[in-house]
Design a protein around this ligand. Structure first.
Ligand code: ADP
Ligand code: CDP
Length: 225
């Protein structure tokens, strides 16, 4: 029997990272931040001088990606590229844009597929992304699709980046979110879509604690906790 997997998919700012992290801590399961793999691929291209439009070169970068995840003493997961801490650099809006561009290349997704599946280990895995329930773990035990209005997601991102001391503009973030939604949803390979058997949660007007409660109800109903 393969290890159980809970998938958490959805658009940017829907709360996937927050809920997946809470869930993996609560269950003491492993955590896959698949977006970080696409973000590091984008960042690696910027660092190595590879044009994001050069699909073959970007695929080579993804295939040989020297990436590592390590928790710091506070439990925060840090991301390393070639041994260098890139956690902060990859979280910028520019990093998100680059990630979304490289993620639209089919051969890049193929190059990162096995690496993602390797995270599936006992006692279980919580996987956060866009295609966790549709492509990477179609046989997942439980699938969630989190969403919220674009305006609410842009507001969340605005508050999050402001708290990190970044200089951000709300109208620009809303444009970015809409652009990224459109790119992620319209790409021909692994478009952003809920799996047929996913539980869809719209958190536009629902606080984090209530979303987590809803998620935990389903987890308990499946006998996973
Ligand atoms: N239901 C919610 N209500 C209000 N803020 C939320 C909610 N869910 C997440 N957030 C906040 O929104 C921001 C983006 O959440 P995050 O989990 O990073 O989203 P994603 O991983 O889907 O991009 C974070 O600052 C988080 O605290
Ligand atoms: N499984 C995944 C995860 C991320 N991605 C891409 O990577 C980008 C960054 O993902 P992320 O999850 O870190 O971003 P946010 O949702 O936190 O903004 C997304 O815009 C997607 O284009 C993907 O295509 N497939």
């Amino acid at each position: 029997m393969p290890a159980p997997v809970i998938t958490v998919d959805g658009p940017s700012g829907a709360g996937k990272g927050t809920i997946s992290h809470m869930l993996s801590e609560h269950l003491a399961w492993r955590f896959l931040d698949s977006g970080a793999l696409y973000r590091v691929t984008g960042q690696a291209c910027l660092l190595e001088g590879v044009a994001l439009a050069d699909s073959a070169a970007v695929t080579q970068v993804a295939r040989h990606l020297d990436v590592d995840f390590k928790a710091d003493p506070q439990g925060e997961i840090l991301v390393f590229y070639k041994g260098q801490d890139v956690s902060r650099a990859i979280r910028s809006e520019e990093g998100g844009r680059a990630a979304s561009k490289v993620a639209a290349i089919a051969s890049v997704r193929e190059a990162l597929l096995q690496r993602q599946r390797d995270f599936r280990q006992l006692p279980g895995l919580v996987a956060d992304g866009r295609d966790m329930g549709t492509v990477v773990f179609p046989d997942a035990t439980l699938k969630f699709f989190l969403t919220a209005s674009a305006a609410e997601r842009a507001e969340r991102r605005y508050r999050q980046l402001l708290a990190k001391g970044e200089n951000v503009s709300l109208p620009r973030l809303l444009e970015d979110i809409k652009e990224r939604d459109a790119r992620d949803s319209s790409r021909s390979v692994a478009p952003l879509l809920p799996a047929e058997d996913a539980i869809v949660i719209d958190s536009t007007a629902t606080p984090i604690a209530a979303v987590f409660e809803q998620v935990m109800k389903e987890v308990t109903a499946k006998g996973l906790k």
